[in-house]
Every structure is written in structure tokens, then in C-alpha cells.
Design a protein around this ligand. Structure first.
Ligand SMILES: N[C@@H](CCC(=O)O)C(=O)O
Length: 363
């Protein structure tokens, strides 16, 4: 066996030895796991994973390479990837680079050769925790000391949000949507374009007045990294605008809407990340298989008296997956109806937003 080059050391002191690929550098982050069987490129480039080290439970990663058209953002900010087996010889007519090449380019350290089944069980038992990737030769005490000293950043949304507004137009234009970019996944913009929306993507700290100056038909609140209570400007903006135009939120957007109405959020033990989470639509009784990526959740009890009603429920752990205030024409889901990667059971939510904007135009 060739000698190990890297190791990961968890806050709890456990260490796993493996081999480095991507950027050859030391890095710290929060360790989480994703159970999707495909879609490592979309996960790699989803800004909601900023600074997180993602353990992929699917045992073979890299085998279909990286494709120019499949990025969810231009500049990936994920903390790192930890995998069982890495394949550096992709077989796919669409691929342009290997996963290792892209990670090297963006400074993302990755480790392969890890027992990801055991690691995932540990995260499930002990909960999400901090981790450091170091050279295999570093003594454990030194790695733990460095991990302890590494700063924990809370400015992730600020880092991934666009600095200036930009537009994504469509040929079949019917509606104008302002999308607040807290780290927006590009497939959300593609879906809105497909449904006839011209999208103006704006920085996260836009004010309510600036939003209304665009005279939009609807407002979209994006997904994004970190704790939703850290994005007070967005919460304030929603508080001012609720009831004034149709509003749709996804993931962080859903948490922001709930906070704006006075509900609470909390951090889950190990979050939801994968492509097969069953969610029940409480209005239709139908179960959707959903794509998920979040650490925080809205406290269902705290929705009482806020004006928001629970619309969707996670069937694995009964957490809140969607809320709505019909009178205000505002709704949101905790999961990812744009998928990328994941099942497409929930694209009807984009149609619901379109219908709301249609009704508002006709009112
Ligand atoms: N950062 C939030 C939301 C994730 C997202 O918007 O994708 C969480 O971890 O709960």
C-alpha cells in the first residue's frame, strides 16, 4: 500500500488517513455528509456549502468529470470534499476537466481513501462538528491545536452574494422577478427563465425601496450558506415587503421568511443533505421525494400566531419543510425544487409562483 499523504482530524479527536487531491493545502471547516448518488459537480458548486467539508457517501466520485454547463455558481466556495474512491480518468463525452483539476484551480482540498461509511455514522452519532485537513505526518495534538485556533467565519452570504445586479433574460418573457442573491444556485434562475421570467439578480443587502424600484411582479429569496439569523438585512427587507407582492423563498429564503414573521430557527444535529428525502405536502397529501441541503430548520411550534401555516412536513424527522401566508401571497420551502442534483417532483412550486404573479397582474 502506498503511504498516506493526508488526514482529517475531527474536533472530537478522531482521525482518518487518506490521499490528497485537488488543492494541496491545510483547511478547516464544518464536516457534513451528502447521500446523493450523482451530482458531485452541482454539490461542489452550490454556494450553500461555503466552508463546509462534504463527505460524499456514494463510494465513487469523479468518474464522469466536470462539465462547463453544469456549474451552480461561477466560483465554487465549498470547503472541501471527502470521498471513498476518487476516479481521475473520467468517461463522459461532455466533460472538460477532472474534479481534481477544478478543485486545484479553486483552492479546494479533497481527500480520498476514507472509510466514508464509518465517518458518516460518526457524524450522525456525534453531530456536525469542525474538522481539519492536514498532512498525514502532522501529530494529532498539533492538528487539534490548529483546528481550535482557526477562526469561524459568519460572513459567508456576504462573500458569495453578487456585488452588482445582473440580468438573466428569457425569450418567452411574461414576468419580471427580482432574485435576492444570498448564494443563488443557477438552476433556480434557469427554472425561472424557463417559466417566462426575466430575472434581475441583486445583492443580498438590497433595501425594500430598491427592490420596488424595479417594479417587479414577484420577489424570489435564494438559498445560501450559514445561519439565517446572520442575514438581518434580508429579514428586515422581507418584513417591509410582505404583502406587497408575491414572494417565493427556497432554503435560506424559507428560513428568512419564517424569521421575518417572528418564527424561530434552530440548528439540527447533522442536517439534511441528499436527493431522497420524503416530504409530505399537507394540502394535497402527496409525498414528494426531494433534494436537500441544510443545517438549520424552522421550529414548527414557533410558527403559531405568526400568520404563517405549515404546508410541508419532512417524513423522516417531522421537521418543517414549507410555510405559507396566503393573504400575503408568500410561500417557501426548505428543500430544493430546482433539484440540481436530485429528483424533480417539486417543480410545481415554480408554477405556483407564476400563478400568484399572474393573479396579481390581473387583480
Ligand atoms: N444555510 C442554511 C440554508 C441552506 C441553503 O439555503 O441551501 C442552512 O444550512 O440551513
Amino acid at each position: 500500500m502506498k503511504p498516506f499523504t493526508k488526514k482529517i482530524v475531527l474536533e472530537s479527536g478522531r482521525e482518518f488517513y487518506g490521499y490528497g487531491f485537488g488543492a494541496d493545502r491545510e483547511a478547516t471547516g464544518e464536516i457534513v455528509f451528502n447521500t446523493s448518488m450523482v451530482g458531485y459537480q452541482e454539490i461542489l458548486s452550490d454556494p450553500s456549502y461555503t466552508d463546509q467539508m462534504v463527505v460524499m457517501t456514494y463510494p465513487l466520485i469523479g468518474n464522469y468529470g466536470i462539465t462547463d454547463e453544469d456549474y451552480e455558481t461561477k466560483y465554487p466556495t465549498i470547503g472541501g470534499m471527502i470521498v471513498r474512491e476518487y476516479n481521475d480518468l473520467p468517461s463522459n463525452f461532455r466533460y472538460t476537466k477532472t474534479l481534481g483539476e477544478v478543485c486545484e484551480e479553486y483552492g479546494i482540498p479533497c481527500v480520498w481513501g476514507i472509510d466514508t461509511r464509518m465517518l458518516t455514522r460518526i457524524i450522525r452519532d456525534e453531530g456536525t462538528q469542525r474538522v481539519i485537513v492536514v498532512d498525514a505526518s502532522m501529530p494529532q495534538e498539533e492538528a487539534l491545536r490548529r483546528l481550535k485556533e482557526a477562526p469561524v467565519r459568519r460572513d459567508m452570504v456576504e462573500r458569495v452574494s453578487c456585488r452588482k445586479r445582473w440580468f438573466s433574460r428569457t425569450a418567452n418573457h411574461r414576468f419580471d422577478v427580482v432574485a435576492v442573491d444570498c448564494g443563488i444556485k443557477h438552476n433556480i434562475i434557469r427554472k425561472l427563465n424557463e417559466k417566462g421570467c426575466n430575472v434581475t439578480v441583486v445583492p443580498y443587502d438590497i433595501t425594500a425601496e430598491e427592490v420596488m424600484a424595479f417594479r417587479p411582479d414577484g420577489l424570489f429569496l435564494s438559498n445560501g450558506p450559514g445561519d439565517p439569523t446572520d442575514v438581518q438585512p434580508v429579514i428586515e427587507m422581507v418584513r417591509t415587503l410582505r404583502g406587497r407582492l408575491p414572494i417565493f423563498g427556497i432554503c435560506l429564503g424559507h428560513q428568512v421568511i419564517s424569521l421575518a414573521y417572528g418564527a424561530r430557527t434552530f440548528k439540527m444535529k447533522f442536517g439534511h443533505r441528499g436527493g431522497n428525502h420524503p416530504v409530505k405536502n399537507l394540502e394535497t397529501g402527496k409525498v414528494e421525494i426531494t433534494s436537500q441541503n441544510h443545517s438549520f430548520a424552522v421550529d414548527t411550534e414557533s410558527l403559531k400566531g405568526t400568520g404563517l401555516t405549515l404546508t410541508h412536513l419532512n417524513l423522516l424527522d417531522d421537521t418543517a419543510e414549507g410555510v405559507e401566508c396566503r393573504a400575503d401571497r408568500i410561500f417557501s420551502v426548505q428543500y430544493h425544487p430546482e433539484s440540481a442534483p436530485g429528483p424533480q417532483d417539486s417543480t410545481y412550486l415554480f408554477d405556483k409562483f407564476i400563478k400568484m404573479m399572474e393573479e396579481s397582474q390581473n387583480a
